[in-house]
Design a protein around this ligand. Sequence first.
Ligand code: MG
Length: 157
Amino acid sequence: MKIALSFDIHPLVQGRKLVLAGIPIEHDKGLLGHSDGDVVLHALTDALLSAGGLPDIGTLFPDTDPAFKDRESSFFLLVALNKLHEKGYKVDQVDLTIVADEPKLSPYYVKMKKNLSRLLNLPEDRISLKARTTEGLIFQKDKPGIMCFALVVLTSL
Ligand code: MG
C-alpha cells in the first residue's frame, strides 16, 4: 500500500472560467493558471504521482510548455493514472478537501464526485470530497483563491 498527501493553490481572478474536479462552477471569477487551473485535479494528480514514486506534476507538465496551455486538467490525471498502472499500482481511495471562501461548493459535490469516479474508474464510495472555508483567516478579501488537499491510497494491481 502506498499513501501520499499533496496540495495545490491558485488565485481567483476575473475573466477566467472556474473549473473544479472537471466540473464548470458558476462564479464571477475563475482560477488563474497555465492550464484550466483546476486545483482539485492538480492536487489529486500530484498526490497520485507522489504515492507512485513518480516525478511531481510541475516536473512532468511544466507551465512553460505551450502544449499544456489552457489544457483540461483531466489530461494530467489520465497520464498519471497510466504511469501508475505501468508501475503496477491502482487507486484504492481518494480523500479531497477543497479550501475556499467563495463560491459555495456544496451544490456541486454530487457532480464533482461523479466526474472523479468516472476519471479514476473508482466507485464513489472510495472517494471523499468536501469543502471548507477559512473564515477569512487565510485568503484576503482582495486576494481570493482556492486550495485543495488530496490524500490518496494506492494498492498493487
Ligand atoms: Mg496547479
